[in-house]
Design a protein around this ligand. Structure first.
Ligand SMILES: [Ca+2]
Ligand SMILES: [Ca+2]
Ligand SMILES: [Ca+2]
Ligand SMILES: [Ca+2]
Length: 240
């Protein structure tokens, strides 16, 4: 009796390397920015791409070094240590479950120039904290933020959002610079522990986690249109 393909496939040995995982990042950013990469391809017979090595170099050292090793948590990560005047280069390498790694060329697939001077600003908001400051400090990203976000799509005012040039940055749970229904999905998954919250690179948050919050609310909060230069200049009322 012929047993079908599934038994046979278990004995296929994957000797071919994956290819075409390609990194992308903003041309210019502040000290924190998001690096993304594409999933890549693994030719048949494929054992499946399971992880990525991301290499990085900066304009100072010009030496490639591993930044993320065997990274399995998605197709993006924040670089949080950007220094002014440096350009950061990235190369993404896919790894299949047989251990084959994409060929490393040591050629940058993208680069980001870090400019922390005036004009490259961070804004006081917490990603995912949809209702933002509502009289209680510190604000939190908790389950009720889903309610606020759903309410927003129903046309109900969601308390006091962080409002930047008509863009509601705190509600952009997946960091694609749009506020659409899928942000609700992303936020729900966040509370289930499945994903992390992202942010629009154009509106870099000053606070990424509740631990980063200052002790007291700003006098002008929640008027988030106060630009903050890379955490160095703090709005009145926050300098404690
Ligand atoms: Ca393979
Ligand atoms: Ca690559
Ligand atoms: Ca909240
Ligand atoms: Ca979004």
């Amino acid at each position: 009796m012929w047993s079908g393909w599934s038994d046979t496939r278990e004995f296929i040995i994957d000797t071919q390397s994956p290819y075409n995982a390609i990194a992308t990042s903003p041309d210019t950013a502040g000290s924190i920015f998001l690096v993304r990469w594409s999933a890549g391809n693994d030719p048949d017979p494929s054992s499946g791409i399971v992880a990525y090595d991301i290499y990085k170099k900066d304009s100072e050292s010009q030496n490639w070094a591993i930044w993320l090793s065997y990274f399995q948590e998605g197709l993006s990560a924040f670089l949080t240590s950007g220094q002014h005047g440096y350009t950061y280069y990235f190369e993404a390498l896919a790894i299949d479950s047989a251990g084959n790694q994409e060929t490393r060329y040591s050629i940058s697939e993208c680069s980001t120039y870090v400019d922390t001077s005036w004009g490259n600003v961070a804004y006081p908001y917490l990603p995912g904290d949809i209702n933002m400051y509502n009289g209680i400090w510190p604000p939190e990203c908790i389950g009720s933020d889903v309610t606020y976000l759903v309410g927003y799509f129903r046309g109900v005012s969601a308390n006091q959002p962080c409002y930047l040039d008509d863009f509601w940055a705190s509600a952009d749970a997946n960091g694609d610079c749009n506020i659409i229904g899928s942000d609700v999905t992303r936020l729900v998954n966040y509370f289930r522990g499945n994903v992390s919250l992202l942010y629009c690179p154009d509106y870099e948050p000053l606070w990424l986690t509740p631990d980063d919050l200052p002790d007291d609310a700003a006098a002008g909060w929640p008027n988030c249109d106060i630009p903050v230069i890379n955490s160095k200049v703090i709005p009145t009322g926050l300098d404690k």
